[in-house]
Design a protein around this ligand. Structure first.
Ligand code: M6R
Length: 593
């Protein structure tokens, strides 16, 4: 979603913001803009990419204080007027914003009644004008920030400049992420660390309702009671935020090809000296709980389906698995001692932040499974487990999914101190390497055959069904082909009506207990004209299967053969000429509900 990059006192502000915005492109965007102070506030913005912004921006910017933004449209179409930064009516204040202001219509009407005029369709313009309205009452920007915060409802991360404060960059935050990068003789601000890691490794994360300012030499943060807060500094290293393609043409391909390394790293992180390395209190909480609620969105929800089934089958713990945005509005806490597992690659997903607030109010304990240490969700969780996948830039999540599933299987093993999973994971690594080295051409061939179809079915049962759901989402995201994942047993209860001549049906058969039933499903769709592509394991395979891999433990499909699904989506997208790393309408970090 929207990305914020700002700085004060940095040597080359132009280069910093353009490079910084490019680093945030992975979040998704439709327009970009820059604002800076040169006696008056100057703004350059347009629909399009940070590279386009680079073309329209003056070559020399000497300003000390600068803010910039990539917008992902919510209120108002992508247009120059709706792009950020926005300027207040009297041109005193300019700001960039990530988030959604729920009561912007009321505030807009209030400001109109005070003589304000609006030029955009955005909710953000309301914040700028409200800040200015309060600022003009007493010429104190901190008071204006406090009053504005008190009146806006919703989510916001804002970087703000005021014509009367040439040496100050203001900020405020609720729900949407905002980080300060601590420099020497300069300070930085951004939505995540990636634009700043070239300049500093010291970071301060703003918490909800915090606001304040940075100057070249100072960082001041206040809490919602206007008390000065002594913020902890965290260290983040350049390597873990590297956006280097390492010779790959796309991040998606690079990230798929990293899956085997990620799984090895994960096993080493959580199993050392013949012992599982999970926090003992976490394991006790899981064992003592009589019900575990899994929450996630998109790919992370698909991982939570696997996690729930593992805990039920192997740990005998009852679970429910919910899409976070569904649960948030009708939350339920089954059992007497429920425990909640939240799964989020980014750790910043607004739907989950909403859930976390509900859970905290109830006082239940939570585990976050994430790729992002120090993220908003991590700071709110009782426990955090990292998936150690390294930065995932491509909007379509791949290695993070495989790592989430692998971590859940290790955790399930650790609860019973059952070490079988370690060998099972070793088998999956061999399978992943085989797919990478031997099967890509075949997968590319299937991609060529299916690329022009409007509809595609994925079939599987149990763990293969969960993988089918993920495979189907991935294909949709990057190829814009409509696809459905159907549990084999459900076919005849409705979806089979859609099967017609030539419909591509991709079938996963990797589970001995469901293999026979899946073979019957294949016959059902074939006899109605479908073109079937079967992915199977050696012992369950038939000669006509499209892709056959070595045997592995059936419950690890999401680790072992998810790369087949990812390569397939990747090659279809490429064959159709799409921007595989930045699919239309999607954002990497979904920071609005
Ligand atoms: O960062 P999160 O794991 O919380 O993100 C959840 C979804 O937005 C995400 O998985 C989305 O579905 C991806 N684009 C999938 O490829």
């Amino acid at each position: 979603m929207c990305g914020i990059v700002g700085a004060i006192g940095v040597n080359n502000p132009r280069e910093y913001v353009i490079e910084g915005l490019k680093n945030l492109e992975y979040r998704g965007y439709d327009s970009a803009g820059v604002g800076f102070l040169n006696k008056k506030i100057k703004i350059y913005k347009d629909v399009g990419s940070p590279s386009h912004l680079d073309e329209i921006l003056p070559k020399n910017i000497t300003s000390d204080v600068i803010i910039s933004h990539t917008r992902w449209a919510t209120h108002g179409v992508p247009s120059k007027k709706n792009s950020h930064p926005h300027l207040s009516m009297n041109k005193k204040i300019s700001l960039v914003h990530n988030g959604l202001i729920d009561n912007y219509i009321d505030l807009r009407n209030f400001l109109i009644s005070k003589g304000y005029t609006f030029y955009s369709q955005t909710d953000t313009e309301v914040i700028g004008n409200l800040l200015e309205y309060y600022y003009l009452q007493n010429n104190d920007m901190l008071v204006a920030l406090d009053k504005t915060k008190a009146n806006i409802k919703g989510s916001y991360a804002c970087a703000i400049i005021n014509e009367d404060y040439p040496d100050t960059l203001f900020m405020m935050r609720k729900t949407s992420p905002l980080l300060v990068g601590k420099g020497k003789g300069f300070n930085l601000i951004a939505s995540d660390a990636s634009p700043m890691v070239k300049y500093t490794n010291e970071f301060i994360e703003l918490d909800d309702y915090e606001y304040g300012y940075i100057t070249k030499y100072d960082i001041k943060v206040f809490n919602r009671n206007n008390e000065l807060v002594d913020k902890a500094v965290t260290i983040k290293d350049l390597e873990s935020y590297s956006h280097d393609l390492n010779g790959y043409p796309h991040y998606m391909l690079k990230e798929i090809e990293e899956i085997d390394t990620v799984i090895k790293k994960l096993v080493t992180a959580y199993y050392q000296d013949n012992e599982y390395q999970f926090n003992k209190d976490l394991l006790n909480d899981l064992k003592e709980s009589d019900h575990i609620i899994f929450l996630g969105c998109g790919t992370s929800y698909h991982a939570s389906l696997v996690g729930g089934r593992l805990f039920e089958n192997f740990n005998n713990i009852s679970t429910t698995k919910y899409i976070a945005s569904e649960w948030a509005f009708h939350p339920t806490f089954p059992g007497v001692r429920p425990f909640v597992v939240l799964i989020s690659q980014s750790g910043e997903t607004a739907d989950l932040i909403h859930c976390q607030k509900i859970i905290k109010k109830k006082g239940f304990r939570t585990l976050l499974i994430t790729n992002t240490p120090g993220s908003t969700l991590s700071r709110g969780a009782t426990y955090t487990l990292l998936i150690h996948a390294g930065v995932e830039v491509s909007v379509a999540s791949t290695k993070a999914y495989a790592a989430q599933v692998a971590l859940l299987s290790l955790l399930s093993g650790a609860i019973n101190n059952d070490k079988k999973v370690l060998n099972d994971l070793k088998d999956t690594i061999r399978v992943i390497e085989y797919i990478k080295n031997e099967l890509k051409d075949k997968i590319k061939g299937i991609a060529e055959e299916i690329k022009d179809h409007e509809n595609i079915f994925y079939l599987g049962r149990s763990f293969d069904y969960f993988l089918s759901m993920e495979a189907s989402l991935k294909l949709k995201e990057v190829s814009y082909i409509h696809s459905e994942a159907i549990p084999g047993g459900e076919l005849k209860h409705g979806p089979i009506a859609l099967v017609n001549e030539g419909l591509p049906v991709i079938v996963f058969i990797t589970d001995p207990t469901t293999a026979n039933s899946m073979r019957s499903n294949i016959e059902e769709v074939k006899s109605r004209g479908a073109k079937v592509y079967t992915i199977s394991t050696k012992d369950l395979s038939k000669d006509e299967d499209s892709l056959v891999v070595d045997n592995y433990a059936y419950y690890l499909s999401g680790v072992a053969v998810s790369s087949i699904a990812f390569y397939l989506a990747y090659y279809v997208s490429l064959a159709k000429g799409y921007n595989v790393d930045k699919p239309r309408n999607l954002a990497k970090s979904v920071t609005v509900e």
